[in-house]
Design a protein around this ligand. Structure first.
Ligand code: SF4
Ligand code: SF4
Length: 74
């Protein structure tokens, strides 16, 4: 369990995945990941979050919490 200054963040049971149909490419999760594992990549005419190195994910849950539209699924 980690904190982000705004309260307690629940860790997640598995490495999160991006729901590419929902993702708006806002970049909040990119900024939230303490290990910089998430990047924005071009997907057709838009950008979409991609977890580039899932093997390094600590499942801290910060990216999941940062996504306002629940496009990151634990
Ligand atoms: S769960 Fe934590 S370590 Fe894993 S991608 Fe999200 S913010 Fe990064
Ligand atoms: S915070 Fe959510 S909507 Fe924004 S880029 Fe990440 S997954 Fe996509």
């Amino acid at each position: 369990m980690e904190t982000d200054g705004a309260g307690t963040v629940e860790s997640v049971p598995v490495v999160p995945t991006v729901n590419t149909k929902l993702c708006s490419g806002c970049g909040r999760c990119v900024a939230a990941c303490p290990h910089r594992l998430i990047t924005l990549e071009v997907d057709g005419f838009r950008k979409c979050a991609v977890l580039s190195k899932p093997e390094l994910c600590t499942r801290c849950g910060l990216c999941v919490q940062s996504c306002l539209i629940k496009a990151l699924e634990p």
